[in-house]
Structures are given as structure tokens and as C-alpha cells.
Write a protein that binds this ligand. Structure first.
Ligand code: NI
Length: 396
């Protein structure tokens, strides 16, 4: 595998140039028009790939197959392409050229690393032991309209036996590879509770049914789901992030609205959450002479890494970069639409550190001064290419 790392290292300046171009030209979810055009242009320049731009359901998804031209298994590598609605505060010459839009989650690096991996794999020609599908998806940052969901519905996983993806991570030292077997990132659900009471004058509460008092009781009681109902060894979060009721100080309104999110790592807790939330909202409201209308929406599943393929991936990283450069890392409560692919196909999602204090690259994801240590790009490309090869050989 040393040759892969050497080939990727030799592409270092090119990778840096690509990453900085993507960084300077960020586009929001489902608007990745120039990004996908540039991705397709670079892929076509390698030859040896069949590139499809504008996957149905998205105008901007890009799928390309590297096909050695003989039967064999197929594995997928995935990168996301969208940026965030953040005003960049950095001063780098390649800072965002678009006001209020910024690559603050490293998706510029994800695209670049996958392009680098593609180049290495294309150059293998017919020595490639199977097909590699490159998935450049739009809209990861907008979970309600997930680009992964659109791509999967369009069939990008058809025939795929395993999948891998990388996320650069701003709080891990440059070059460090982080892996986690099993549940790695949380599910993201959304709930809404509309409380219907009876409005009235503020001075005669006995003639009304006060939805604001009921809302207060609902908010506190919802916290007992995690503190009293869920096994303390199971991570879970119930947050009420939005409340809305009333128009002025001396009127009892007739309704109140609460909205929030639930995060879990799946299995039984995830399944049980809608029932628990509904029971508490409806029960408390009924006790207070109000009525609750509850809506519960599963936005993203947890991201669950396949045990065997994840350990295999960690082993690949160790062989390539040395044992001290690979670490088991704790799960995170953040959510990712990578989980949608991993629901369908076994695979793994790894983190790659990009924090470099000497270069001032120290900001966490989504920070207005977020940047990526470009020195890690070859490592990311080499890792993706090697994972594809290893997964292909496991499937053969
Ligand atoms: Ni991200």
C-alpha cells in the first residue's frame, strides 16, 4: 500500500489547489452547481470513469464509476459537497468569494480527497479488482432535504457491496485517523407539540384552559424521559428548542407550540422515543384540561459503522500511517446523513484530524474561521483509495 500513499503524496500540490478552489467557491445545499461542474470536469480529465452529473431528484449530485471492465464486486466512496450559511472571518487568500456562504465543515476537503482517491484508482487500470463508485452528494447540511436520501432513491447504491466515507475533524490533530465500531453518530429526530387550550382574560384564569402553563409542565416532564425512563448507560437527548405562545401580557392564549429534537444511538431507545414523547405530551395536557397534537418526524437515522469493516479500515490506516496515527474515538451526538447509506449497505465512516496549531488551524466545525490543514489531503486520498481496494478484496 506504500505505492498508494506515495502516489497521493505526489499529488499534494494539486490537491491543495483543488481544495482551495472549492473553499473559495462555496455553494449551499442543493445549489452546488459550479462545484459539481468542477468535480465532473476533474473526473473526466482522468479518463477511465463514466461520469453522471445531475442525478435525478438533485441537479447537482455526481456519480462516477471506475470500472476495470470485468466482472467483480462494487464498493462506493462518498463525499458531500455543500457549504454553510456562515460569513467567513478568515483572511486566507482562498477565503470564500461568496458573502454569507462558507465551507466551514470541511466538505471542500471531502470532495478533494475523493478526487485524489479517484485519480489513484483510475491509474490502476485493469488491475483494479472490481468497480469503485464515487458518490459526490449534494446537501448534507440540510437534514430535512438530505442529499444522501435523494441519491439513494435514485439508485446510487444499486449493486454496491460496501461503502466508506471520511469526515475531516477540527478538534483532532492533523493526520490522526479516528474510528468507532457500531453506533458512531446520533440519530436526529424532530418533534412538535401543539397545545390547544381555551383562551381568556388574564385575570379570570378559571374561565380559561391555559396552554402556557401546560407547555411549562410538558417541557419539564419531557426531561424525565432521559432522566427516569432511559437506561442511564444509554446516551439520549431530548431538547425543546422552540416555544411560541401568546401575543400580550394580559391575555391567556388558546394555543402554544413547542418544537424540539431527540438524539439517540438507535436500537430500542430510538424506536421507543415517539411513544414516550407522545404519552407525556398528551397525558400532561389532558391533566391540565388542554389537548396535545403531537407530530414526530424521524429526520436522520444514527450512523452505525459495520464492526468488521470498521476494524478492517482501522487496520488499513495502521498499516499505511503507523499504529500511533490511528485511534478509537468516542461517539458524537452530532448527526450525519452518511447514516442513510450505512442503513442500506455495510461500511464505515471515519474521522480524519485536520487541527494544526503551528498553522493556526484550530477552529472547530462550523466556526467562521474554520480551515483545513491541507497537508492531510494526500493522507485522506490514500486512505479512501486503500479502503476501496481492501473492501473489494473482502467482497471477492
Ligand atoms: Ni460535515
Amino acid at each position: 500500500m506504500d505505492w498508494i500513499l506515495d502516489a497521493a503524496e505526489a499529488m499534494g500540490p494539486q490537491l491543495t489547489e483543488w481544495r482551495r478552489w472549492f473553499h473559495a467557491n462555496p455553494e449551499l445545499s442543493f445549489q452546488e452547481v459550479e462545484t459539481s461542474r468542477r468535480v465532473a470536469e476533474i473526473l473526466r480529465s482522468f479518463g477511465g470513469t463514466s461520469v453522471r452529473v445531475g442525478v435525478k431528484g438533485t441537479d447537482t449530485g455526481v456519480v462516477a464509476d471506475i470500472d476495470p471492465g470485468r466482472p467483480g464486486p462494487c464498493v462506493a466512496l462518498r463525499a458531500d459537497m455543500d457549504a454553510l450559511p456562515i460569513q467567513e472571518r478568515g483572511s486566507a487568500p482562498y477565503r470564500s468569494r461568496r458573502d454569507g456562504v462558507m465551507h466551514a465543515c470541511g466538505h471542500d476537503a471531502h470532495v478533494t480527497m475523493l478526487l485524489g482517491a479517484a485519480k489513484v484508482l483510475v491509474e490502476m487500470g485493469d488491475r483494479l479488482p472490481g468497480r469503485v463508485r464515487l458518490i459526490f452528494q449534494p446537501s448534507e447540511e440540510s437534514p430535512h432535504s438530505s442529499g444522501a436520501r435523494a441519491m439513494i432513491e435514485e439508485g446510487v447504491l444499486d449493486g454496491v457491496g460496501a461503502i466508506a466515507g471520511l469526515h475531516v475533524w477540527g478538534t483532532m490533530p492533523s493526520g490522526l485517523v479516528g474510528y468507532r465500531v457500531g453506533p458512531f453518530m446520533a440519530s436526529a429526530d424532530e418533534w412538535e407539540c401543539l397545545i390547544l387550550g381555551k383562551g381568556g382574560h388574564g385575570e379570570v384564569p378559571h374561565l380559561a384552559a391555559d396552554p402556557i402553563v401546560a407547555a411549562g409542565a410538558v417541557i419539564t416532564s419531557l426531561q424525565t424521559i432521559v432522566s427516569r425512563e432511559v437506561d442511564p448507560l444509554e446516551p439520549a437527548v431530548v431538547t425543546c428548542g422552540h416555544m411560541e405562545a401568546g401575543t400580550t401580557f394580559n391575555v391567556i392564549p388558546d394555543r402554544a407550540l413547542l418544537r424540539g429534537t431527540v438524539r439517540t444511538f438507535g436500537q430500542g431507545v430510538w424506536e421507543s422515543m415517539p411513544v414516550r414523547l407522545r404519552r407525556i405530551c398528551e397525558g400532561i395536557c389532558s391533566a391540565m384540561n388542554c389537548r396535545a397534537e403531537v407530530r414526530y418526524n424521524r429526520v436522520l437515522p444514527p450512523t452505525v459503522n459495520h464492526p468488521e469493516l470498521t476494524l478492517e479500515a482501522a487496520q488499513v490506516a495502521r498499516e499505511m500511517f503507523g499504529p500511533t496515527e490511528v485511534q478509537e474515538i468516542p461517539p458524537t451526538m452530532g448527526a450525519e446523513d452518511m447514516g442513510l447509506y450505512l442503513e442500506k449497505v455495510p461500511g464505515t465512516f471515519l474521522f480524519l484530524g485536520i487541527m494544526n496549531e503551528a498553522k493556526g488551524v484550530v477552529h472547530p466545525q462550523h466556526h467562521p474561521e474554520y480551515d483545513v490543514d491541507d497537508q492531510v489531503l494526500p493522507r485522506g486520498s490514500a486512505l479512501l483509495a486503500s479502503l476501496a481496494l481492501r473492501f473489494l478484496s473482502k467482497l471477492s
